[in-house]
Design a protein around this ligand. Sequence first.
Ligand code: SAH
Length: 238
Amino acid sequence: MRNKLGYKLKSVFVTVIVLLLFSSCGVAAEDYEGLRENMVNSQIISRGIKDEKVINAMLKVKRHLFVPKEYEKYAYRDQPLPIGYSQTISQPYIVAFMTEAAGLKLSDKVLEVGTGSGYQAAVLTEIVDRVYTIEILGPLARSAKQRLKKLGYKNIYVLCGDGYKGWPEEAPFDVIIVTAAPSEIPEELVKQLKEGGRMIIPVGSFFQELYRVSKKDGKIEKKGLLPVRFVPMVHGED
Ligand code: SAH
């Protein structure tokens, strides 16, 4: 009787340990692929994103490798997530929307302002040859650079600096994508946009609107696309 009880207790104990071990391992790699596919179908395609290049890029880039470990299992949810230093990685749909709105082609030279985790830059580089990205916070710029290197991206150039100044040495750009919100469209970024170029940028403070800014014959055309909510684009020290 005693032996039987002991045996039962032992097997319950072993089961609990096995369950604990499995649950602490998080989601298996192959499950992330499934979650990613689900995300693309239910959040991206179903909401009207049509560009095959964008859809393929969203299927390819492993968003769970761009968020802190504790948020990994939430990486394919329909929401932004914290990446430290009070900053966030954008909601997947917004990344796809901005990427599609830019109307990218392979040869485009692209500038991103607000590297954050490096996720948007990775999505962009699945579509174009060269991506230049600027991050104002040193630790985020460093970790994004390391992450992108580790993941094998060779054509993304990360600069730690103030995005209001753009990247004059590399200008002009065919496309500029800004992922933090200024209160007005920065003059210097307009200057660094090529003739015929497009800038996708959220503008405002609490209420923000995402704009597509096009440069034609030296003039700016501005089109409102979507109400959005981004972290503010901060000014660097001079
Ligand atoms: N694109 C990022 C998310 C952007 S969050 C991603 O895919 O993960 C916005 C980022 O813009 C933050 O990391 C913030 O530090 C940065 N930022 C804010 N003001 C900036 C500025 N003036 N120049 C460059 N980066 C800036």
